[in-house]
Design a protein around this ligand. Structure first.
Ligand SMILES: C[S@@+](CC[C@H](N)C(=O)[O-])C[C@H]1O[C@@H](n2cnc3c(N)ncnc32)[C@H](O)[C@@H]1O
Length: 246
């Protein structure tokens, strides 16, 4: 283990929420972020159906299950496998939520005829490159897809929560979310590390407006080297600029 990795492991062990999560048997320290967000914004209520995009290892799903109780339902999806839960009304799918075939798998699990949920939450993180602009651009790409899914899967007046890495495209993203929801807030819960670039967008009361294809960022090949990373950031910025001029 390198010196940097060792420092990270030590820091983690000293972290208050990391220790608390261990003690209270939550699968991740992120559980406390959702708890704090829900205390403040009341997005999830008892009996509701929740869809969690990017759910592994399942800390948010545990918290969502605690809030919705026996009568609600929690569905999660992640690229990584998620250990099964002891409840019948909590289910996880392994897969990429940006692929339509996986959205159909989610629809199959939704326990109502209209195949709609009450809340979409997403703590999904893109692969971190270490370049601020690139990570921001990838995060915007991911939350834009999450927003599109929310407009397709939410009941009218449903709520949406998404993590975004802060950067210069955030205002445009918030503008976009406001097109589809009555109330939108940006917040950083106490459990989110101060040094982390993440913030949370809270959107309440989906208006029922259908997704407009022009709002989609065109799919760009996943970059795997520095040159492509910079190109990706540049491309997304240009697209956003073009759109805001229209
Ligand atoms: C910070 S973790 C989520 C932690 C979770 N909220 C919890 O409390 O346990 C972010 C997750 O997003 C997932 N992710 C990123 N892109 C994804 C995608 N396109 N489809 C599915 N999962 C994705 C990653 O695999 C990762 O497990």
């Amino acid at each position: 283990m390198g010196r940097k990795d060792k420092r990270w492991v030590l820091q983690r062990k000293r972290d208050f929420y990391y220790k608390l999560a261990k003690k209270l048997k939550y699968r991740s320290r992120a559980s406390f972020k959702l708890m704090q967000l829900n205390e403040k914004f009341n997005v999830i209520k008892p009996g509701r159906i929740v869809l969690d995009l990017g759910c592994a290892p399942g800390g948010w799903m545990q918290v969502a299950r605690e809030i919705v109780g026996d009568k609600g339902f929690v569905i999660g999806i992640d690229l990584q496998p998620v250990k099964p839960f002891e409840y019948d009304n909590v289910r996880a799918i392994k897969g990429d939520f940006t692929l339509e075939e996986n959205l159909n798998k989610i629809r199959e699990l939704i326990p109502n005829e209209e195949k709609k949920v009450d809340v979409v939450i997403s703590d999904a993180s893109p692969n971190i490159s270490g370049y601020w602009d690139v990570d921001h651009a990838r995060s915007i790409d991911l939350v834009t897809t999450a927003l599109q899914i929310a407009t397709e899967m939410l009941k009218e007046r449903g709520n949406f929560v998404a993590k975004v890495f802060y950067g210069n495209m955030i205002d445009d993203y918030v503008k976009l979310v406001k097109k589809y929801f009555e109330k939108v807030y940006i917040t950083k819960p106490q459990a989110s590390r101060k040094e982390s670039a993440e913030v949370y967008v809270i959107a309440k009361r989906y208006t029922g407006k259908k997704w407009e294809e022009e709002d989609k960022i065109k799919r760009i090949e996943k970059p795997d080297n520095e040159e492509n990373n910079e190109l990706l950031a540049k491309k997304i910025k240009e697209m956003r600029k073009l759109k805001s001029k229209q």
